[in-house]
Design a binder for this molecule. Structure first.
Ligand code: SAH
Length: 250
């Protein structure tokens, strides 16, 4: 059976997943470490992409070329953009766009040259199954996260959203920039730094791709407050619960 690739940008996000793998075996691919093993009886390869579009694209390419993965799921945190997309919510991406792509006037702004498109869709079936698993997890978040921690980190009644996510090589952490992004991309629910690059690589190779992000901040002036603590105590736990639930039902 071909493995499913699970990729995340930050070490803290993937730590729990690594521990869940059975018969783990780690190899080096360039400067990346890739761990293969099984989880809920399914072959899985787990990789840390590091941050940004280039790092994410090279990781995805290496995984596809070297491990012949059957699907790729990206997990991590993101800044909430859309109204009502709050810290502690989960966003399942239905499509991606690079908000910093601009080859105008040669090509329309945001269009990736030679692809004839700005929007890169995710795989519908994979996305729906991840969305269902996310809804399961958030029905009872207290099962996974301490209520006190939720209160301290301002997580109230977390929800699941599905829609467009935008990516770019910027950590968006000012209200001015976040508002500008919302005006330019009114449908965008969240902003992060990797997804659109991975979506492009997966389109190139015909590999089904899906992505789910936990909202760690609102991409505004308070975006850096408790960022690490949030990943450690909320996002990484959600991810573990979500992907475990999802894989056990596949
Ligand atoms: N302070 C962190 C930097 C993390 S960069 C450190 O020192 O390690 C942010 C990471 O989280 C990226 O992988 C990105 O995909 C995601 N992310 C979360 N919130 C974001 C935001 N507001 N803007 C852009 N990326 C964000």
């Amino acid at each position: 059976m071909k493995p499913i690739a699970i990729v995340g940008a930050m070490q803290q996000e993937l730590a729990g997943l690594k521990q869940a793998l059975q018969n783990p075996h780690t190899v080096k691919l360039g400067s990346r470490q890739v761990t293969s093993g099984t989880w809920h009886g399914q072959p899985v390869v787990l990789a840390l992409s590091h941050i940004g579009k280039v790092a994410a694209a090279t990781t995805a390419t290496a995984l596809i070329e070297r491990f012949d993965v059957t699907a790729l799921v990206f997990t991590g945190v993101a800044g909430g953009l859309g109204p009502g997309v709050n810290v502690g919510d989960m966003v399942v991406a239905t499509e991606f766009l690079q908000h910093d792509m601009d080859a105008s006037p040669l090509f329309p702004i945001y269009e990736v040259p030679m692809y004839g498109r700005a929007h890169f869709p995710t795989d519908v079936r994979l996305t729906q199954s991840l969305q269902a698993a996310a809804q399961d997890i958030l029905k009872n978040p207290a099962q996974w996260i301490d209520m006190e921690v939720m209160r301290e980190l301002h997580v109230y009644a977390p929800k699941v959203h599905a829609g467009m996510v935008v990516s770019g090589d910027r950590f968006v952490s000012t209200t001015v920039e976040s508002q500008d992004l919302q005006q330019r991309q009114p449908r965008a629910l969240a902003v992060e730094m990797e997804g659109a690059a991975v979506a492009q690589v997966c389109l190139d190779y015909g590999v089904p791709f899906a992505a789910v992000r936990t909202i760690s901040d609102r991409a505004d002036d308070s975006a850096t407050i408790d960022f690490s603590r949030f990943i450690h105590e909320v996002a990484s736990r959600y991810t573990l619960a979500l992907l475990g639930t999802w894989l056990s039902k596949r």
